[in-house]
Design a protein around this ligand. Sequence first.
Ligand code: ZN
Length: 342
Amino acid sequence: MFQTTIAGSLPKPDWLAEPEKLWPQWKQAGASLQQAKADATLLWIKAQEDAGLDIIGDGEQARQHFVHGFLEQVEGIDFENKVKMGIRNNRYDAMVPQVVAKLSLKGRVHAMEAQLLRAHTNKKTKFTLPGPMTIVDTVADRFYGEGQEGRIAMAMAFAELLNQEALALQADGIDIIQFDEPAFNVYMEDAADWGVKALERAAQGLTCTTAVHICYGYGIQANVDWKNTLGHEWRQYEKVFPALAKSSIDQVSLECFHSHVPMDLIALLKGKDVMVGVIDVASDVIETPEEVADTIGKALQFVSKEHLFPCTNCGLAPMSRDVAWKKLQALAKGAELARQRI
Ligand SMILES: [Zn+2]
């Protein structure tokens, strides 16, 4: 009961990449970089276990960013000539690569980290991939064409590639494959209309547990500013959850603690496992076990205890290592307290 897990990313040590940045530069190159990525992955596997988490991830140590880490292994993308693009409906600008030809995978994307993760924990493992709709919102297109049709065609093309990698991750022994779709909270109608279909294409044929993470973004200033415009009730999930409830995806990860998401929206996910965000990633204040257990208690009004998985609101990548480590401990301790209360 109350198996704990994180949304996905964890801070990179400062010998691997620039600390506390969302798009950090690597500090190593070539074979040294590969070794440093593996070392950092091992470090965080151990830290998650020591904190007492139940489902362990790779902490996304081997990718610069959760979307571009995947794109680097995709043929048909020009990484040399990045362009500035407003992403998440122009919430902030990013330097993004361009799709210039038909897409295909160059080979495995995450074999090293996934196999390392499987070899170094006996606990359940989770691996994250970007969702098709969020990828489409984080690249510039010079090939699939303008408008909605082009976007959908490109999303389906990415979904096929994600599916190839997801099936390979499953063969590596990963227990849960999660697709990250923050774009679902930005383009709600599109998400319900074709985003969920693209997601199901990405998960096609998987027999392991499948999940989707939908959040209000990392704790960076542009996201904090955006959240301040959303009013006192955030009802974005209301449009997407009914489509997800009908989908083949098993688990949904959502933002909860310190958000203005009405808790009763969880009821729209009837039948699904719900990863409830009990840890705020936009604040360095460490949650107390009581706060975590209280959030779990409130969510229990709308999801049964068998289906509730305490989780972080989003990834912890831009935070300091020390704060992230303490938040992992708070997550585990809070879930333990919630078990005792029940
Ligand atoms: Zn997130």
